[in-house]
Design a protein around this ligand. Structure first.
Ligand code: DHB
Ligand code: FE
Length: 284
């Protein structure tokens, strides 16, 4: 049966992609940020997942304001990246697993999560930045990847509670797949940031650190916040952090913290990194 080996949270900002193409990892501005990913890469090397389900939001590349699904799942065997105007290098195509995706979507819809099904999907910086952060040192992507897009761009946006429940349904969907696949789940985006308006540039380090602690030990706390409360604290784009709850919902209630790192600011955001393993897996 497929099993979830753990979850990773990460920022997905385009500036990271540009820093990687310019090889700025040792630059004083970037060093501490990138150093925070070395333990994540080591953990991934050790657990060797077969599949990464990348929970991210599209920022206007695949879905524009004319049509935005609340939740969408990639159901393709390949996903392409394309120029979205940030000066980012276009990355090599990502291999998917359409058969697994169709299983996930069937299970999710049976559990009342009415996903949009995408047999073609362009993946943007929300997806490619995490993939590159984890695996750019390898000659090719070592996993098949499945994009799970959550709308965080056009309000109304799904609640934190709904994202957490989606994660729980995702766990049941994954664990009912008969093939022996090791699955890692990436929760991307966040943490606090606002890119426009009067409060452009705000970062709330205390709120970010509280969110990281709650994601680990008390995710229900976060699910009780309304989207307005989250945006008051974390800024309008800080709402992206709700995607971490999809990842967290898919894990066991008790998790082992393999790695935790926070750095702010990076570009305009607070950047939090977590590697969480299912406690049951640790006990095995
Ligand atoms: C930035 C953050 C984002 O989440 C994003 O999608 C684009 C840019 C930033 O802080 O620069
Ligand atoms: Fe973003």
């Amino acid at each position: 049966m497929a099993k979830i080996v753990g979850g990773v949270t990460t920022s997905h900002i385009p500036a990271i992609g540009n820093a990687m193409s310019k090889k700025l990892e040792q630059d004083p501005y970037w060093k501490r940020f990138f150093d925070g990913y070395e333990p994540v890469k080591a953990w991934l090397d050790e657990v060797k997942p077969d599949i990464a389900i990348v929970v991210y939001n599209d920022h206007g590349l695949n879905f524009f304001l004319n049509q935005i699904p609340t939740f969408a799942l990639g159901c393709a065997d390949h996903y392409e990246n394309a120029d979205e105007g940030w000066g980012l290098q276009t990355l090599a195509s990502f291999e998917g697993d359409a058969q697994f995706s169709w299983h996930l979507v069937e299970s999710l819809i049976r559990q009342d999560f009415d996903m949009a099904m995408c047999q073609e999907m362009l993946v943007d910086h929300g997806f490619i930045t995490p993939m590159a952060l984890m695996w750019r040192h390898l000659p090719k992507w070592p996993v098949k990847a499945i994009p799970l897009a959550v709308n965080t761009v056009q309000h109304p946006v799904a609640s934190a509670r709904r994202c957490y429940q989606l994660g729980k349904a995702l766990r049941r969907a994954i664990e009912s797949y008969p093939e022996d696949l090791k699955v890692v789940i990436f929760g991307t985006g966040g943490m606090s940031h606002q890119l426009q308006g009067e409060r452009a540039g705000i970062i709330d380090v205390d709120f970010d650190l509280l969110c990281m602690e709650k994601i680990i030990n008390d995710p229900e706390w976060l699910t009780q916040l309304s989207n307005t409360e989250i945006m008051e604290k974390a800024g309008t784009e800080g709402i992206e952090t709700i995607m971490w709850l999809v990842m967290r919902g898919a894990l066991h209630p008790n998790v082992k913290v393999v790695h935790k790192h926070y750095h702010a600011p990076i570009s305009n955001t607070g950047a939090g990194v977590l590697v969480l393993e299912n406690a049951e897996m640790t006990a095995a």
